[in-house]
Structure formats: C-alpha cells, structure tokens
Design a binder for this molecule. Structure first.
Ligand code: OAD
Length: 239
C-alpha cells in the first residue's frame, strides 16, 4: 500500500488558521499573496515580519484538528507513506506525523533564516521582537518559507521526486488546496498514474477536480476521518 497525501491551507482552516485565498486571509486589508513575496519584504520588512509574527502566534495557539489526526493515523498504517504539505504550520507534526514521512514543500514558518547565507534558527517557542539580523553576515533575516516566484527548496523537492520515482501509488488524497501550482497537479497525477485512486477533499472545485476518481465536497476535518476509517476498516488490503 503506497499512499501520497497532499495538503494545503484548507486542512488547517478548522484549526483557526486563515487560508490564503479565502475571505479571512486578508490581514489589515492586505492580500497575503502580495505580502508573501521577496518584493514586499524588500519594500517593508517590518510589515512582513509583523504579519508572520501574528501568524506564528496564531499557529502556536492552535491545535491540530481531526483532519490532521486522520492523516497521521493513515501514515502509521500504510506501508509506504508520504505527506507533501504546502502548509508552513506545524499542525501535521503535532498530530503525530513523523518528520521522515512529511515534506513541507513551502518551508517552515518557525524557522528564521538569513536572506543570504545558511544561518538559521528556530523560533518555535519564543518570538523576538525586533527584525532579526544574521549573526554571521549582519543581513536581515526572514521567515523560512517559500515566497511567490521563489524556487522550491532543493532537498524537499528531491525527496518528493524520489518518492514518485520509486513507484506509483495505490491511493492519492489531495485535501484543502486550490492546486494553484502546476507541480501539485503534476505530483498527484504522476502518483496515481497506474490506476491509483485519486481522492480530492475540498468544498470547492479546483483545477485538479477533473482528474479525481472521487470528489468529496466537505471540510477536511469531517471528510478525512471518515475516509481514513473506511480505508482502514474494510478496504486497505484490497486497494
Ligand atoms: P488556498 O488559500 O489557496 O486554498 C485553500 C483551499 O482550501 C481552497 O481550495 C478552499 O476551497 C479549501 N478549503 C477551505 N476550507 C476548507 C476545509 N475546511 N476543508 C477542506 N478544504 C477547505 O491555500 P493553498 O492551496 O494551500 O504558498 O495555497 C497554496 C499556496 O499558495 C500556499 O502554500 C502559499 C500560497 O501562496 C506560498 O506562500 C508559496
């Protein structure tokens, strides 16, 4: 049983983390898609840091929901499992998903890293107040996330490609993402290429919907526990 799960912001929505493109995503009437850019950081690093610090605090105060827990449960039972999440929060990890079974393809919001060199540290528990400067090269430091127009992190990309190259999947679940980025659709299709089930969990239609073998138009925290339980009870060995 090889399983690939791909998640996006919708999976953390029911933990109280606003999605990017939803109506709650706006912050001080600013569009996150314009804040999460190298240009916005170059223009106003203080503003961008304020946004990320608020998001960090919201995530620290949040709890994993039933969707995160269902995915962690599935990861324990499938022989060969990988979660690729676009989420930069730590809710999948806090639900019990081990690091080696998860790729955070858009980075980790709690990492603070230098804009130029490889110096970085974690602010998972505590937050600095000023804009941090690199201890090695004195440049401004930034959140360890991927911004619009930036390359995906090489190591993480390599882990996804490796997993896909090792064979196709029996089951692919794509939950809570608008699937805006071509690579998300590409990975889902490559993984399910040999007749694997492709389940989309999303209340809304997305560009991936047309390729799904099952569409579940429900919130992730409701749909995922039911799907995982059904798989584990009756169908896991048949898939
Ligand atoms: P979006 O904010 O684009 O989309 C959230 C998706 O979740 C939408 O398709 C919603 O219909 C769906 N959704 C909302 N509530 C849901 C729920 N309770 N259960 C299931 N689905 C729900 O978020 P992403 O697709 O994750 O990247 O966005 C992808 C990337 O774009 C982000 O990682 C970020 C952003 O720019 C970067 O910053 C590079």
């Amino acid at each position: 049983m090889r399983v690939l799960v791909i998640t996006g912001a919708g999976v953390s929505a029911e933990s109280g983390i606003p999605t990017f493109r939803g109506k709650d995503g706006y912050w001080r009437s600013l569009d996150p898609a314009k804040l999460a850019t190298p240009e916005a950081f170059a223009r106003d690093p203080k503003l961008v840091w304020e946004w990320y610090r608020e998001r960090r605090q919201r995530i620290r105060n949040a709890q994993p929901n039933a969707g995160h827990i269902a995915i962690a449960k599935l990861s324990q039972r499938a022989d060969n499992f990988l979660l690729v999440t676009q989420n930069v929060d730590d809710l999948h990890a806090r639900a019990g998903l081990p690091k080696e079974k998860m790729v955070q393809i858009h980075g980790d919001i709690f990492i603070t890293r230098c804009s130029r060199c490889d110096f970085s540290f974690s602010e998972r528990n505590e937050e600095q107040q000023q804009i941090p400067r690199c201890a090695k090269c004195a440049l401004l430091m930034r959140p360890g996330v991927v911004w619009f127009g930036e390359q995906l992190p090489w190591n993480e990309l390599h882990r996804v490609e490796n997993y896909l190259d090792r064979g196709s999947c029996d089951l692919v679940i794509v939950a809570g993402t608008t699937a805006t980025f071509g690579y998300i659709i590409d990975w889902a299709l490559r993984a399910s290429r040999d007749g694997g089930e492709l389940i989309e969990v999303n209340p809304e239609e997305t560009p991936l919907s047309q390729f799904a073998t099952q569409l579940v138009r429900e919130p992730a925290a409701i749909a995922l526990p039911r799907i995982v339980d059904a798989l584990l009870i009756s169908r896991l060995s048949e898939l």
